[in-house]
Design a protein. Structure first.
Length: 99
């Protein structure tokens, strides 16, 4: 966003009133973008993060998912990448460490 405002400020072909409207619109867009990025669903961690949390490999996490011990979830804004729900992972770690 900083680059856009710098370009608008430096462009002498833009009339001052239009420049003010454009810059005001850029400033108004920033809070909306931040408010939309709040997570709405359960926390999802990548397979690599889950593996690191358990001290195991990604293949181990995949095998747990195949056996139904972890639910695979598609990562936001990705087509093929998958992760696991943090709550499921946390419960599995508690059960795993208990016995």
């Amino acid at each position: 966003m900083t680059a856009v405002t710098a370009l608008v400020k430096s462009d002498s072909t833009i009339p001052p009133d239009a420049r003010r409207r454009i810059l005001a619109a850029c400033r108004d867009q920033v809070p909306e973008a931040r408010s939309q990025s709040k997570p709405t669903g359960p926390r999802v961690v990548s397979r690599a993060e889950a593996a690191a949390a358990m001290g195991r490999s990604v293949r181990f996490i995949d095998s747990l998912a195949r056996r139904g011990l972890l639910r695979r979830v598609r990562l936001p804004d990705r087509k093929r990448a998958a992760g696991v729900r943090f709550d499921d992972l946390e419960k599995l770690i508690e059960d795993y460490s208990a016995g």
